[in-house]
Design a protein around this ligand. Structure first.
Ligand code: 5GP
Length: 186
């Protein structure tokens, strides 16, 4: 495996900036959900680091659940919006105040499909919190209630986001230099 130093073209968002933003989002969410039942839903796997930090910044009691999807795109890094549920939520969300926690919204197709699916289950409310928003790439309008950072159209990794399933553990958001990156051979 390559060390990330070999293909990191820049650190887009350093660790401290991420941590500060997550704390800020946690405060806003705590204020908005005061006296309300809050249920965080995280889509595996990219949102996991964000979720676990965000939870620690939310001061109102809340529960969590996970779902996993695979999306079929025209290429490895293009989501088409055709998603397949590979792991469903454990708990029923009917009547709950659901906040979907996402790592990144790009074209918006994935989020549109997931929101459509969750809406059929009749939550009391359904909102979206994304750490990153590649707003200029949007192909379909999608409602986002809480945004960490609007980022340019660059392929990023770290803090939950992967390159071929690796490097999610890095505490910052980095930009990959595609010319210097070699995908794993397994
Ligand atoms: P969308 O359906 O909005 O186009 O795609 C969203 C999904 O594409 C994200 O959940 C994420 O899995 C993937 N994605 C989009 N941009 C990036 C990126 O810059 N880096 C990584 N690692 N994944 C991305």
């Amino acid at each position: 495996m390559q060390s990330y130093h070999e293909f990191l073209s820049e650190i887009l968002i350093p660790e401290q900036e991420l941590q500060d933003k997550v704390k800020e989002l946690g405060k806003i969410i705590s204020r908005d959900y005061q006296e309300q039942d809050l249920h965080l839903v995280c889509i595996l796997r990219g949102g996991v680091l964000f979720l676990t930090d965000l939870m620690r910044s939310i001061s109102v009691p809340h529960s969590i659940d996970f779902m996993a999807i695979s999306s079929y795109g025209s290429g490895v890094r293009e989501a088409s919006g055709h998603i397949r549920l590979t792991m469903d939520l454990r708990d029923d969300i009917q009547g709950r105040n659901v906040l979907l926690v996402e790592d990144i919204v790009d074209s918006g197709h994935t989020l549109t499909s997931v929101l459509g699916l969750l809406a059929t289950r009749k939550p009391a409310s359904l909102k979206v919190c994304t750490l990153l928003d590649k707003a200029e790439r949007r192909e379909t309008e999608v409602p986002i209630d809480y945004v960490g950072f609007v980022i340019p159209n660059k392929y990023v990794f770290g803090y939950g986001l992967d390159l071929d399933e690796y490097y999610r553990e890095l505490p910052f958001i980095g930009v990959v230099n595609e010319d210097k990156y070699t995908p794993p051979d397994h």
